[in-house]
Design a protein around this ligand. Structure first.
Ligand SMILES: C[S@@+](CC[C@H](N)C(=O)[O-])C[C@H]1O[C@@H](n2cnc3c(N)ncnc32)[C@H](O)[C@@H]1O
Length: 282
């Protein structure tokens, strides 16, 4: 625990105030995570050279630009992710989604594919999607493929845009994909680094987007929406609003993928359960 937080621990009232702000702004419930809040705030207090958590609240209250709020959410969001996490979704993409999509697009005389990674963290999810699609088509010539990668946290979006990962982070990427789609960089010291190549980076657009926004500003419908391991932090009412927005922005034969630990059950209005953590429009 940082020195500052030992000197001036968070009071019940301050804790509640921060929990309320983060819930209102990002939908993240931290009520039962006092230790996590304390530890993450201590880092923010140190970085901003403040006396303690109370000063963060004061800065938030005088924050005209929203930067303190962005930093607070960056500090308190949990960004754990890895390449090809929950592999079952990527298998379903290869075996069901992409073959069907080609048939559907042929019927529609369309060559447009839109996929959204809707809580993309450091980019491991959208780049895993890009690799699977690229492998399936071999050549994307003639196809208009765009993968939108959004997150509320600016720090993870910056990592995604750079597309540079450590030796440890690339461990879950199949060797053939790592050789084909990544360039080895000199790295720092003994630790090697890998950057996803420019062609793959071009397929993915990173943007800050809060899933709590009442309206989603996307013009084209998505063929596939990944929203994994984020709804676990939201209460049922928030989840329902987000899901209704997904339904509005999903193509008629599109799919929504959720994290396996946050299965929506079989009765979410407007969505039909296909397989665990895979849904389509009802
Ligand atoms: C645990 S990570 C999951 C990343 C990836 N989807 C995966 O399954 O590996 C959760 C991500 O959700 C983001 N997040 C939390 N609240 C959000 C919100 N209200 N809107 C958008 N993203 C949010 C966090 O910043 C974090 O990067």
């Amino acid at each position: 625990m940082a020195e500052t937080s030992r000197k001036e621990p968070i009071t019940d009232q301050e804790f509640q105030r921060l929990v309320d702000i983060v819930y209102k702004e990002a939908g993240i419930t931290l009520q039962k995570k006092r230790d996590l809040v304390n530890a993450r705030l201590a880092t923010m207090v140190r970085k901003r050279k403040l006396a303690g958590p109370k000063a963060i609240i004061q800065q938030l209250e005088n924050d005209k630009t929203g930067t303190v709020l962005v930093e607070l959410i960056d500090a308190l969001s949990t960004n754990v992710t890895h390449f090809f996490r929950e592999d079952h979704h990527f298998k379903f993409m290869k075996e069901v989604f992409l073959p069907n999509l080609v048939g559907d697009k042929k019927k529609e005389r369309s060559k447009t594919i839109r996929i959204w990674s809707a809580a993309c963290s450091t980019g491991t999810e959208p780049y895993s999607i890009a690799m699977v699609v690229k492998e399936f088509f071999e050549s994307l010539a003639g196809w208009d493929l765009k993968i939108l990668a959004t997150d509320i946290s600016t720090k993870v979006l910056e990592v995604g845009e750079r597309g540079i990962y450590s030796q440890k982070e690339v461990q879950t990427i199949p060797k053939a994909f790592l050789n084909r789609y990544f360039n080895r960089l000199p790295g720092k010291g003994l630790e090697k680094e890998y950057q996803i190549d420019a062609e793959m980076r071009k397929l993915v657009t990173f943007r800050r987007f809060n899933l709590l926004n009442p309206q989603y500003p996307f013009q084209r419908k998505f063929d596939l929406i990944f929203c994994r391991n984020v709804m676990i932090y939201f209460d049922q009412a928030t989840k329902n609003k987000i899901l209704q927005n997904f339904i509005l922005h999903l193509s008629s034969s599109g799919y929504v993928f959720t994290g396996h630990a946050e299965s929506l059950g079989r009765t979410t209005i407007g969505l039909k359960h296909v397989e665990p953590a895979i849904y389509t429009k009802a």
